[in-house]
Write a protein that binds this ligand. Structure first.
Ligand code: NIG
Ligand code: FE
Length: 435
């Protein structure tokens, strides 16, 4: 039998560079989330489905998944030139995680507040005395762009090593024009590394900065009339986010900002119903937000409204765990027919971890998602939440070859079951082994 990566899919080698990065995975115990055509977003009972091939092979060429199948039908190898072969006996191959909500560009950390919380202060009490987001804003303003880039690059490397193959990153610790631009420029520099796809979200409305403490209207004007146009001019953001929350930005502020974003071509995504029921979900839906995230105080009525919308509810179990918040009704959402996404919220104040395998474990253990639902929530559905469904999120011909080979595992359920354990053996990004 013969196998020629360049011809299996009818690719013609137009230039000598084309087939320099060929990779073949063979004897894969289970190839997970396999589709002949890119799937639609998975909603309700469809979230339980996880198509797999047992005893499989997969070929990548030039960073793209070009073919796969069962070892029984493996066509063999004709052209060994520049071909790297990895034997995956006993191992599972998974599409990389898509983390659709992070704040990994920040300066320093907030370990002191962690201790304050252990000693009994709440997240809101810490924020009210100038800590919290404002504490991070103070540190960020004092940090140079280069230093911020280096700190953030280390976090990007960290989450990649934990299996994340596409990520969204928010601004929101600058809270003045220059510092917000600095954060967004750092995100652009992370994009340009070309390690994994990165989407940038402008979150100027994350908190009211000290210089506007009694002048929220003035800060809203700054966001709408100065920050948004400057960001648009430099093309620094893909999306717009607002922390719609008691003591931060109410539903009317949120609506105004979302509306201004739409005028600048930025779709919304929101921090909604995290610490209280603040009508973020309904506001997000009204303005066509791509996602509403957190949802600890999501009501039955909100679930009904989400069911009639295209807005993707996203749970962030790391933050709910870290802050001891009530759990969002994720099970009810899925049972109500929604397409739920799962992300980390990696940030210094409410979730100092971007470990998506751990987020899946929390989703299963605490929220009663099935292992299949947890995997779908942080791959296909979170890819949709970033409009990256044609690039990443599953194993499909033509998608980017971002995936990981596990250690020897009994099944993909072990990823969630064995919480806190290391499961990745080899990471593949753009069809190449990531060192
Ligand atoms: O997603 N809730 C708002 N923003 C972050 C926390 C930010 C911080 O505390 O630094 C979150 O939980
Ligand atoms: Fe967040």
């Amino acid at each position: 039998m013969v196998f020629k990566v360049g011809t299996v899919l009818g690719f013609k080698r137009k230039n000598k560079h084309f087939s320099m990065q060929k990779l073949l995975l063979k004897n894969i115990k289970t190839l997970v989330s396999v589709y002949d055509e890119a799937p639609k977003i998975l909603a309700g009972t469809a979230m339980k489905k996880l198509p797999c091939i047992t005893d499989a092979w997969l070929a990548c060429d030039n960073g793209i998944i070009v073919d796969f199948g069962s070892m029984d039908d493996f066509p063999g190898i004709e052209d060994w030139k520049d071909l790297e072969v990895i034997d995956c006996s006993g191992k599972i191959v998974m599409p990389s995680f898509v983390d659709s909500h992070t704040h990994i560009v920040y300066a320093g950390n907030r370990e002191q507040e962690f201790v304050d919380r252990i000693n009994g202060l709440s997240y809101e009490e810490i924020a009210n005395r100038g800590g919290g987001i404002l504490n991070s804003a103070k540190k960020l303003r004092e940090t140079s762009e280069d230093d911020l880039f280096e700190q953030s690059k280390n976090r990007l490397r960290e989450i990649i090593s934990q299996g994340t193959g596409a990520v969204e990153i928010k601004s929101g610790y600058g809270l003045d024009l220059q510092s917000e631009l600095k954060m967004l420029r750092v995100i652009q520099r992370l994009k340009k590394l070309d390690w994994i796809p990165v989407k940038a979200t402008f979150l100027g409305a994350h908190a009211i900065p000290p210089e506007f403490i009694n002048n929220k209207a003035g800060y809203l004007d700054l966001i709408i009339n100065e920050m948004l146009p400057a960001i648009k001019k430099e093309g620094l953001a893909d999306y717009l986010d607002v922390f719609c929350e008691r003591g931060y930005f109410d539903e009317f502020d949120t609506g105004r900002i979302l509306e201004a974003g739409i005028k600048h071509g930025l779709k919304g995504r929101l921090h909604a119903e995290q610490l209280s029921h603040s009508n973020g979900i309904k506001t997000g839906i009204k303005y066509g937000a791509l996602s509403v995230d957190h949802l600890e105080f999501c009501s039955d009525d909100d679930i009904k409204c989400l069911a009639g919308s295209h807005t993707i509810p996203t749970i962030l179990p790391g933050a709910a765990l870290f802050l001891g918040l009530p759990l969002p009704p994720a099970r009810k959402m899925i049972d109500g027919g929604l397409a739920v996404a799962l992300a980390s919220d990696y940030n210094p104040g409410s979730c100092p971890s971007g470990n998506m395998k751990l987020m899946m474990s929390l989703a299963c253990i605490q929220y009663k998602l099935l292992p299949e639902e947890a995997i779908n929530a942080c791959t296909i559905n979170s890819a949709y939440a970033l409009e990256l469904q044609n690039e990443v999120g599953c194993i499909c011909r033509g998608l980017k070859a971002n995936m990981y080979i596990t250690k020897s595992l009994s099944s993909y359920a072990t990823l969630s079951y064995a919480f806190g354990t290391e499961a990745i053996d080899t990471l593949l990004l753009n069809g190449k082994v990531w060192k």
